[in-house]
Design a protein around this ligand. Structure first.
Ligand code: AMP
Ligand code: MG
Length: 410
């Protein structure tokens, strides 16, 4: 058996740079930039007003309270600024409208009074106030996004504002998903004696999609070498293969044997974690082939620990890790044996600004509700003697992405 950290490293060394494609901006949500994005334009592209009010020359402000300024123009948003502003005058201006030449300051309308076509300034702003200057958000030539950035709603907005209509993004890795087990029945069909519904294919489907990759559901392989071989052979057309079940030491566990026959080069089998011990990983012609254990929690936890970082790295993401924190146990922590234990937990904010955790009830590797309830995974080192409530532990969250790898125990 190898360690959790060794297993992660062995997986990540096999990740090759992603392919790319060009997509229209509106199809790029959730994708990852394949090249840095340099702005072809400044934002804003012109000086404009940050307020509804009057555009003035700062030098006129001293006399503007007593004498007032002649209102000589009106500039709504979306129109050209018109004539340059003459000394001693003011242009009525709306938020977002371009500043006329000569003006350098905007007096907000609430601080003015109008009489006989003149505006009297009741409260003068400092010279230069209430103006949004050209290029104050983005300068032409600025790198607005690095390579490997996830395109979320804010990024899509930023790209729209600089006039980008299409861009190069990483291709989504295609991930074949196979459930193995003669006891498995697809959802929607009634269960016979000894049968269970195949849930692993669908947790994997969700995890793959959430990682920005494209799941390819290939269905159920019964515990039969020929049938398992036919399905894995088909799965090897895709970038990544995930099988669940059939990688343990049972008489009907055919996955490893079949993969050997198909030329999958084994990188490891067996990781010192609980759950997730019989995880198998190999490669064939650049494709990553994962055999996760059949128990539903073991399958999901294995995905979180090894497959998700690999799928993000396959898209060129830099922030491939889950955020992590140190939380204090709200309950006694059970001892571990020779494996790192990954328990599911709920987090609550401590009064003293830290975090506390409780485990999500029974932690059996088949108890999927422990995942449903969980905010994160508590990672307890091997040979931990157990301890009272109040001790700090590593908790890896089940949402979000960061660039810093969690400090998993050695
Ligand atoms: P295995 O790793 O094949 O020995 O399976 C371990 C346990 O996980 C057994 O109780 C299986 O019935 C269960 N299991 C295997 N595959 C699935 C699946 N796709 N969905 C739900 N449970 C499964
Ligand atoms: Mg099985």
């Amino acid at each position: 058996m190898i360690s959790l950290n060794e297993a992660i490293d062995l997986v990540l060394t096999e990740v090759r740079p992603p392919g790319q494609e060009r997509l229209p901006l509106l199809e790029a949500l959730g994708r990852v930039t394949a090249a840095e994005v340099v702005s072809p334009a400044a934002v804003p592209s012109f000086d404009n007003s940050a307020m509804d009010g009057f555009a003035v020359r700062g030098t006129d402000l001293t006399d503007a309270a007593r004498e007032g300024l002649a209102i000589t123009a009106e500039i709504p948003a979306g129109r050209p600024a018109g004539e340059p502003l003459q000394p001693g005058s003011a242009a009525r201006i709306m938020t977002g409208a371009p500043l006329p030449e000569g003006a350098d300051t905007v007096v907000q309308v609430e601080h003015t009074e109008e009489r006989d076509g003149r505006v009297f300034v009741r409260k003068a702003p400092a010279v230069g106030r209430n103006v949004r200057y050209a290029a104050e958000d983005v300068r032409r030539g600025d790198t607005v996004l690095p390579r490997g950035a996830l395109l979320g709603p804010a990024e899509i907005g930023l790209l729209t504002s600089i006039g980008v209509e299409e861009l190069a993004v990483a291709r989504r890795p295609r991930v074949a998903i196979i459930a193995t087990g003669s006891e498995l029945v697809p959802p929607g069909l009634p269960l016979g004696p000894g049968q269970i519904h195949n849930s692993n294919s669908f947790t994997a489907w969700g995890q793959v999609l959430a990682a920005g990759a494209e799941p390819v559901l290939l269905g159920i392989a019964p515990d039969d070498p020929a049938e398992t071989r036919r399905m894995i052979s088909r799965a090897l057309d895709e970038d990544v293969v995930i099988t669940s079940g059939g990688v343990s030491v049972g008489d009907y566990d055919f996955v490893k044997q079949v993969e050997d026959e198909l030329g999958v080069e084994r990188r490891f089998w067996g990781v010192a974690t609980k759950p997730g011990k019989p995880l198998a990983f190999g490669v064939r012609e650049g494709r990553l082939v994962f055999g996760v254990p059949g128990n539903p929690v073991a399958a999901m936890v294995s995905f979180e620990l090894y497959i998700r970082p690999a799928l993000l790295a396959l898209q060129g993401r830099r922030d491939i890790w889950r955020p992590w924190l140190t939380a204090v146990a709200d309950e006694p922590v059970k001892a571990t044996r020779d494996r790192v234990e990954v328990r599911r937990c709920l987090l609550a904010r401590d009064t003293a600004d830290g975090w506390r955790f409780t485990t999500t009830g029974p932690q059996g590797s088949g108890i999927l509700r422990s995942m449903v309830l969980a905010d994160g995974l508590v990672v307890v080192p091997a040979h931990h003697p157990g301890g009272p409530a109040g001790e700090p532990h590593l908790v890896v969250l089940l949402e979000g992405s960061r660039g810093e790898r969690p400090p998993y125990p050695a």
